[in-house]
Design a binder for this molecule. Structure first.
Ligand code: NAG
Ligand code: NAG
Ligand code: NAG
Ligand code: NAG
Ligand code: NAG
Length: 849
C-alpha cells in the first residue's frame, strides 16, 4: 500500500507544474462542476453516484456529514440538520427579504451572525455561517475533482448571477477561500453560457442573442453580441435583465401551498408547524412539479407525512398554473428588460437561447414564446450544463495553460455604482457639502479603472454605494475607503513648489464585478531643479475646483509639465483603509477560523474513515483466515504450505482475535486494529512466504538458465572469433583472460544453481525453501552484468594496427584507441544492460516490480 502511494506521488511531480482548473456552476438546487486537467477529457464531473449534477445540500446524520441528495433527503427525518438552497442567502443580511423567503421554504433554523448576516443552527446547537456551508459544498466538489485529476485542485471559477451584489460576491469568494481554493474568477452564468455557445460557432456578421436562464433562485436574461474576426470570437455583453422573486423555488413553494391546503382539507390538521411534514411536502412538491411539466395532472403521495398519516392528492397543471397566475408576466420580463438595457429592440435579436432547469416548466416556456415569438426560441445549448462548460473553458483560458479556442469576453455590471464624499470644509461651522458622482453606471464594462481627482489637504473618505436598492434588505453602502497621509504628502509637494497639489484615487471595477478604491496618491507638479530659469506658470494649475471629484478613464496624466519644461509631475502614495460600515464580508481572521474549523472536521472524518476501514479489513482478514483454516480439503495452497503446529497456533490466535473483535471493536482505535492484525500476520507470514516462493521458483529458474545459456553461447562464438582474429592478426574486442574470467563466473553460477536446485527438490512444500528466488535473481544478475560488460564493448578500430605506422605522426591526434580492450571498458549503467540487441533473454517481468 505504501509503495503504491509512493509511486503515485512520484508520478505527480512532472504534472504539478500544470494546475487543473475547476469550474463550479453553483445553483441553489443543483451544482454542476467541470474539470480541465492535463490528461483528463474536459467534461462535467460526476458525483459519487455517477450523476452529472450534485444537489446543493449538506447535512448531518448524527455525526456523519452528508452531501448531495443524501443530505437533501435527510430533511424529511432530520429537518434541522439538512441545509439546502443556501445560495439564496449569500451575503444576505438577516433582516432581508431573502432571509424571510428562506424561512418559508426551508425547515432549517436560521440565526443572525455577528456580522448581521445569516447563519444556521443544527439540532445540536452547532452554528454555521452561509459561507461555511457553501465552503463545505465547494470542498466536496474539489474532492470529487481531485479524484479525477489525481492531483490537488485549487484554482476555481464559479458562476454567479449577473445581478449579484458585492455582498453576495464576497460571500462566494470567501467560501472558496475557506474551502481551500483560489478564485480564478467569478463569471456571470449567462456569460458562461455565451462562451459555451461560441465554442462551436463563428459569426460572419455580428449577432445579438439573448441567453434566457430560468433557474431555481431567479430568472435572468443576458443580451450578448457575438462576432468573429479571423480566429478570434468576441463576446460583448450588452445588457441584462432579471427578477429575483421568480424562479423554480418560488414555483415549488406555491405548489407546496396547494399540497398543504389539500392536506388540511382532507385531514383537518395544520401541517405547517410540523417540520418533518413540511420537509416531506417540500420534496414532494419538487417531484410533482417535474411531473406536471409533461403531464396535465399528477398524484402527490407521501407516506406518514405526519404522525402515521399518509397523504395522497391529485394536482392538476391547471390548478398549479392558476396558483402562479400573478407570476405569468414576470417570467419573460427579464428578456425585455435586458434588450431594453442593451439599447436594442426585439428585432435586433437573432435568437433567445433557453437554459436553466425551470425553462422546462410549460408556463415559463409559454410566457417566453408569447413575449418573443416562437421563431426566436432556440434550444441549441445543453440547458443544464452549458454554463459550467462555458465557465470551465473561460477559466482555462484565464489560467493560460490550456490551448482553447480564442474567445474574448467583455462583461458588464448590473447596478449603478456611485462614489460619495464630503467636500472640503470651508469653515468650521458649516457642515461640508456631500458630493456624489456616478462612477460606474450600470452596463459599465467589467475590468475598468477610473481615476478621481480631489482637492484635499486633509485625510478623507470615499464611500462606494449602489445608487438604487439592489435587493430588499440589502444595504446600498458597500464600503468606505479612508485615505490617510494626505496632509504630509500635500505639504511635501507644496513645499517643493507644487501649486494646488491634489489627491488622485483609482476606483476599480474588476473582471469578477468587485468595486474598490485602489492606488491613491497625492499629485502635484514640483519645480524641476535641473532646469534653470523657467518657473511654474498658471498652466500648472491644471486642476480647478470645478473638476474636483470628476473621474477619467486614463491614469493620471500631466498636461502641463511637458509644455512648460519647468515642472515635473510627482506622486506620493497615500494609505487606503477599506472599511465596511454596514455589512462586512468575513475578516481575514474569521476566514482563518472557518478554514481551521472545516479542516478539523475533514481530519476527524478522515480519521473516522480510516478507523472504519481498519476495522473492516481486520474483520475481513479474520474471516479469510477462518475459511483457510476450516477448509477440509488438503490440497489448498494454505494446507500444502503449512504445518499442523502452525495451523494450531493460528487457530488459537484467531479465536482470541474474534473475542477481541466482539468485545472491543466499537471502542478500539485504528492502531489497535492494525496491531491485532499484525499478531496474526506474523504467524501466517511463513506460510505465505513458502507459497510465494513455490510460485516464483519456475520463473526464477528460467531466468537463471537463460543467462546461463546466453553466456555459454556467447563464449563459444567469442572464442571462435578470437582464434580466427589471432590467425589473421585482426584486433579483437576481448582477450583470452577476459573470456576465461567470464567463463569462471558462468561456471560458478552453474554449479551453485545445480547444487541448490537439486537440494530444493527434496524440500517439502510446508518447509521453508533452502534457496530463495531473490538470491537466484541476484546471482543471475551477476552473470548477466559480466556478460553485458563484454558484449557491449565496441569493436576496435577497423584499421589494422600495423607495425609500419609511424607513432610520431599521432602527436596531435587524440590518443590511439586502446590497444587492449580492457582499457576501453565503458561503465555501463546497469539498467541499460537489458536494452542490448542480440543477447537478450526475455526480461523477467517480475524484476520490474
Ligand atoms: C500607512 O500605513 C502604514 C501602516 O499602517 C504606516 O506605517 C504609515 O505610516 C502610513 N503612511 C501614511 C502616509 O499614513
Ligand atoms: C518629500 O518626500 C520625499 C520622498 O518621500 C522626501 O525625499 C523629501 O525629503 C520630502 N520633502 C519634504 C520637504 O518633506
Ligand atoms: C522460460 O521462458 C521462455 C521465454 O519466455 C518460455 O518460452 C518458457 O516457457 C519458460 N519456461 C518456464 C519453465 O517458465
Ligand atoms: C563473431 O564474428 C561474427 C562475424 O564477424 C559476428 O557476426 C559475431 O557477432 C561475432 N560474435 C561475437 C560474440 O562477437
Ligand atoms: C546451464 O546451461 C548449460 C547450457 O545450456 C546446461 O548444459 C547446464 O545444464 C545449465 N546448467 C544449469 C544448472 O541449468
Amino acid at each position: 500500500m505504501r509503495l503504491i502511494l509512493l509511486c503515485h506521488l512520484l508520478s505527480l511531480i512532472p504534472l504539478s507544474a500544470w494546475a487543473a482548473v475547476l469550474a463550479i456552476d453553483y445553483g441553489s438546487d443543483w451544482t454542476k462542476a467541470s474539470l480541465m486537467a492535463p490528461g483528463v477529457p474536459f467534461d462535467v464531473l460526476l458525483n459519487k453516484d455517477s450523476k452529472r449534477k450534485i444537489q446543493s445540500s449538506v447535512g448531518w446524520k448524527k455525526s456523519d456529514r452528508l452531501f448531495g441528495t443524501d443530505a437533501y433527503n435527510l430533511a424529511s427525518r432530520f429537518p434541522s440538520d439538512s441545509f439546502s438552497s443556501v445560495k439564496l442567502l449569500q451575503g444576505a443580511p438577516y433582516d432581508s427579504d431573502a432571509a424571510d423567503f428562506y424561512k418559508t421554504i426551508s425547515t432549517a433554523e436560521i440565526v443572525q451572525t455577528d456580522r448581521k448576516t445569516v447563519g444556521f443552527k443544527q439540532s445540536d446547537g452547532t452554528e454555521w455561517s452561509v459561507e461555511e456551508l457553501t465552503a463545505m459544498e465547494f470542498a466536496y466538489v474539489k474532492h470529487l475533482a481531485e479524484g479525477v485529476a489525481e492531483e490537488p485542485v485549487t484554482d476555481v471559477i464559479v458562476t454567479v448571477p449577473p445581478y449579484y451584489t458585492q455582498f453576495e460576491r464576497d460571500a462566494v469568494v470567501d467560501a472558496i477561500e475557506i474551502a481551500g481554493m483560489r478564485t480564478l474568477a467569478l463569471i456571470h452564468d449567462g456569460t458562461a453560457v455565451a462562451v459555451n455557445y461560441a465554442m462551436t460557432r463563428t459569426f460572419a456578421k455580428p449577432e445579438y442573442h439573448v441567453i434566457f436562464d430560468a433557474g431555481a433562485s431567479s430568472i435572468r436574461a443576458t443580451v450578448a453580441q457575438f462576432s468573429t474576426t479571423g480566429d478570434a470570437t468576441q463576446i460583448n455583453v450588452a445588457g441584462v435583465g432579471y427578477d429575483r422573486t421568480v424562479g423554480g423555488t418560488e414555483l415549488d413553494r406555491r405548489l407546496r401551498e396547494l399540497l398543504i391546503e389539500a392536506f388540511s382539507a382532507k385531514h383537518k390538521q395544520d401541517i405547517r408547524g410540523n417540520a418533518r411534514g413540511m420537509a416531506r411536502l417540500w420534496k414532494e412538491a419538487g417531484r410533482v412539479k417535474a411531473i406536471l411539466s409533461a403531464n396535465s395532472d399528477a398524484f402527490a403521495a407521501v407516506e406518514s407525512v405526519i404522525d402515521e398519516v399518509d397523504f395522497k392528492a391529485k394536482v392538476t397543471r391547471a390548478s398549479f398554473e392558476s396558483r402562479c397566475a400573478d407570476l405569468k408576466d414576470k417570467f419573460a420580463q427579464p428578456i425585455l428588460d435586458a434588450i431594453k438595457s442593451a439599447g436594442l429592440t426585439l428585432d435586433d435579436i437573432t435568437s433567445v437561447i433557453m437554459t436553466g432547469g425551470s425553462m422546462r416548466t410549460p408556463m415559463i416556456q409559454a410566457a417566453v414564446k408569447a413575449a418573443v415569438g416562437a421563431d426566436k426560441l432556440a434550444y441549441n445549448v445543453n440547458a443544464d450544463e452549458s454554463a459550467v462548460l462555458g465557465a470551465g473553458l473561460y477559466g482555462a483560458s484565464l489560467s493560460r495553460q490550456f490551448k482553447t479556442k480564442n474567445i474574448k469576453v467583455s462583461d458588464i455590471n448590473a447596478h449603478d455604482v456611485q462614489a460619495t464624499y464630503f467636500a472640503a470644509a470651508t469653515s468650521p461651522n458649516v457642515k461640508p457639502r456631500t458630493i456624489t458622482t456616478l462612477v460606474y453606471p450600470s452596463n459599465s464594462k467589467l475590468g475598468s479603472k477610473k481615476t478621481m481627482t480631489f482637492k484635499r489637504k486633509e485625510d478623507f473618505s470615499i464611500y462606494l454605494d449602489y445608487k438604487n436598492q439592489v435587493a430588499p434588505g440589502f444595504p446600498s453602502r458597500m464600503l468606505e475607503a479612508e485615505l490617510t497621509g494626505v496632509q504630509a504628502a500635500i505639504a511635501n509637494l507644496t513645499e517643493r513648489g507644487a501649486v494646488d497639489a491634489v489627491v488622485k484615487a483609482t476606483v476599480t471595477l474588476s473582471d469578477s464585478g468587485f468595486v474598490a478604491v485602489k492606488d491613491a496618491v497625492a499629485y502635484g507638479e514640483v519645480k524641476d531643479d535641473s532646469i534653470t530659469g523657467a518657473s511654474s506658470s498658471s498652466d500648472a494649475d491644471a486642476v480647478t475646483a470645478e473638476q474636483e471629484g470628476t473621474e477619467s478613464d486614463a491614469p493620471s496624466a500631466s498636461p502641463s509639465a511637458a509644455a512648460t519644461g519647468a515642472t515635473l509631475p510627482e506622486t506620493i502614495p497615500l494609505n487606503i483603509t477599506t472599511k465596511f460600515p454596514v455589512l462586512s464580508p468575513m475578516s481575514v481572521d474569521e476566514k482563518k477560523k472557518a478554514r481551521t474549523r472545516l479542516r478539523m472536521m475533514d481530519t476527524e472524518e478522515a480519521a473516522k474513515n480510516r478507523r472504519e476501514e481498519a476495522r473492516n479489513t481486520f474483520e475481513a482478514y479474520l474471516y479469510r483466515l477462518r475459511d483457510l483454516l476450516d477448509d477440509e480439503t488438503d490440497d489448498t495452497p494454505f494446507m500444502k504450505c503449512s504445518q499442523a503446529s502452525e495451523r494450531l497456533a493460528l487457530q488459537e490466535q484467531l479465536d482470541k482475535a474474534f473475542d477481541w473483535l466482539h468485545e472491543y471493536s466499537d471502542y478500539a482505535e485504528t492502531s489497535q486494529f492494525l496491531d491485532q492484525r499484525s499478531i496474526l500476520e506474523v504467524l501466517e507470514k511463513p506460510i505465505i512466504h513458502r507459497y510465494q516462493e513455490i510460485e516464483a521458483f519456475p520463473q526464477a529458474l528460467n531466468n537463471s538458465q537463460m543467462w546461463n545459456w546466453s553466456t555459454r553461447l556467447f563464449l563459444t562464438e567469442a572464442k571462435t572469433n578470437l582464434t580466427a582474429e589471432e590467425e589473421t592478426d585482426t584486433p579483437s574486442k576481448w582477450t583470452w583472460d577476459e573470456l576465461s574470467a567470464l567463463e569462471k563466473t558462468l561456471k560458478d553460477h552453474e554449479s551453485w544453481l545445480a547444487e541448490w536446485v537439486e537440494r530444493q527438490k527434496s524440500v517439502p512444500a510446508n518447509q521453508d525453501p533452502v534457496i530463495e528466488t531473490a538470491e537466484m535473481k541476484a546471482r543471475a544478475k551477476v552473470l548477466e552484468q559480466h556478460l553485458q560488460k563484454l558484449w557491449k564493448r565496441k569493436a576496435p578500430p577497423k584499421a589494422r594496427k600495423t607495425k609500419t605506422s609511424a607513432p610520431a605522426t599521432e602527436s596531435s591526434a587524440p590518443p590511439p584507441k586502446a590497444t587492449t580492450p580492457t582499457e576501453e571498458e565503458e561503465p555501463v549503467p546497469e539498467q541499460d544492460a537489458g536494452q542490448q540487441e542480440p543477447i537478450q533473454p526475455t526480461p523477467d517481468k517480475h524484476d520490474e516490480l
